[in-house]
Design a protein around this ligand. Structure first.
Ligand code: COA
Length: 238
């Protein structure tokens, strides 16, 4: 059973054993497979200047093995969009406590595509929305390849372009701001077949969290007003 864990500076010590495999996996996926050579490092780990104490990670763990992940960085800190790709955002720079920047979403190759259980990529997209609602975020900024847009559209993620796509290293890349809202999260839970929240907050009891809405309870039937007798053509209104 795949579980999605929230990992931040407050509980990182509980996940120490996962960080080395995590950065090595990122190296395998982004440098070796995707050939994003700007991320190459001699130690075989993909770590950048945004992997700070303030970064929050979603680790998808199955049977003790890390099979997917995603990173969220507060936009009040330096981000990919502010430091590396500022020209992709032709609007106001995004530096807001209620917006985090998402990056480094991945699923290990053997767990991609359709599977018997929920798709891991969809689980991650649902889980990060749950994280956002729980912590009072209203949006996610992302620098992404254009092929994400139809995927977002299909699953109900509302992505607002912040500029026009540009070709970077042979990829069409753009900046977007995605709404983080309860309706999108509830719809994703339905699509993924989740019957309860997805996130595990081990060691994060001290984090101030909002109560999630409950999209699983049956909606009570709408109360119909009592039928008034049908008026005839000659009836008086008063
Ligand atoms: N370029 C273009 N389209 C891509 C793509 C890429 N590099 N990677 C995935 N897609 C699209 C395609 O439409 C693909 O359909 P196809 O099978 O017909 O090619 C579809 O996504 C399904 O992708 P798939 O790789 O089977 O797995 P998934 O949907 O379970 O997971 C990712 C999607 C992105 C999580 C997974 O492909 C992955 O981990 N990729 C490596 C990391 C990465 O590139 N992350 C995004 C940038 S941070």
């Amino acid at each position: 059973m795949s579980e999605i864990h929230v990992v931040s500076k407050d509980n990182r010590q509980l996940y120490q054993n996962y960080f080395d495999p995590y950065f090595r996996l990122r190296y395998d996926i982004y440098v070796k497979q995707r050939k994003w050579m700007a991320l190459d490092r001699p130690d075989g780990r993909e770590i950048d200047q945004f992997d700070t104490d303030e970064a929050v990670y979603l680790f998808c763990i199955d049977g003790g093995r890390l099979i997917g992940g995603m990173r969220a960085v507060p936009t009040v800190m330096p981000t990919l969009m502010s430091e590396i790709f500022p020209y992709l955002n032709i609007r106001e720079p995004i530096q807001r406590p209620d917006v985090y920047e998402l990056s480094r979403i991945f699923v290990i190759p053997e767990r991609r595509g359709e599977h018997a259980g929920p798709r891991i990529d969809m689980l991650l997209l649902t889980a990060i929305m749950e994280y956002g609602i729980s912590t009072g975020l209203t949006g996610f900024s992302i620098v992404l390849e254009s092929w994400w847009l139809p995927r977002f559209e299909r699953c109900g993620w509302k992505a607002h372009p912040l500029g026009v796509p540009q070709m970077i290293d042979g990829m069409s890349v753009l900046a977007v701001l995605v709404d983080c809202d309860e309706a999108t999260w509830a719809s994703l839970c339905g699509q993924v077949g989740l019957r309860k929240p997805a996130l595990t907050w081990r060691g994060l009891a001290g984090v101030n969290r909002r109560a999630l809405p409950d999209p699983w309870s049956p909606v009570p039937p709408t109360v119909q007003p009592a039928q008034s007798p049908v008026r005839g053509a000659g009836d008086c209104a008063t």
